[in-house]
Design a protein. Structure first.
Length: 200
């Protein structure tokens, strides 16, 4: 059973859990938050369960940090929806692991009584194919949005548009690894192997 929850990536000279968006989180939940290796420049990634994060927390986090941020909503380590937000309010989204997202996002017909029987039909596979094509068609604009967000974050050396599109169309067993690869490709500072002390 994989991880389900959120990966929050943002920059701060203080621990991200100090952000006001987490004020309502009890200590037991905070103790369960996993902090990934930090990246240079104060960039941090927090990993925690679904019960902590709300959709309107991202704008509040960007306002508190004064820097772009993004969050990946992960399901069973198999797919994720990444949402990025800049300080100017510009937002972008992208699905990771499109081969998993397509069947997940395919709506069942209203006349289907048992979903389990529908997924074995040619009609289901055709519907998934259409959804996958729609997702694939969105990849260039998703990649462009991600690159604009990276530029606003002042990342030094983002990959080319084609490389970001390639990542958004790629497959990984654990989508968390794909999220980390995306941050790398967008030019995020390198992660350090040991935690660094927050700057005053």
């Amino acid at each position: 059973m994989g991880f389900s929850g959120h990966l929050v990536f943002a920059r701060s000279n203080r621990p991200l859990l100090d952000a006001p968006v987490f004020d309502g989180v009890d200590q037991e939940q905070k103790d369960a938050v996993h902090t990934w290796w930090p990246r240079e420049g104060g960039w941090q990634t927090l990993q925690f369960g679904n019960e902590i994060w709300e959709d309107d927390d991202l704008p509040a986090l960007v306002e508190w940090t004064g820097a772009p941020a993004c969050v990946a909503q992960v399901s069973e380590s198999s797919l994720a929806l990444v949402t990025g937000l800049g300080t100017d309010g510009r937002r972008w989204q992208a699905w990771l692991n499109l081969h998993v997202a397509a069947p997940f996002l395919t709506e069942e017909p209203e006349d289907v009584d048992e979903v389990i029987y529908w997924v074995d039909t040619p009609e289901f596979h055709e519907a998934v194919g259409r959804t996958r094509a729609e997702l694939d068609a969105q990849v260039p604009s998703d990649a462009a949005g991600a690159l604009a967000w990276a530029a606003a974050a002042c990342f030094a050396a983002a990959a080319s548009q084609s490389r970001i599109e390639e990542l958004l169309r790629s497959e990984e067993t654990f989508v968390e690894e794909l999220f980390d690869d995306l941050l790398d490709a967008l030019g995020s500072p390198a992660a350090t192997a040991t935690p660094t002390a927050p700057q005053p």
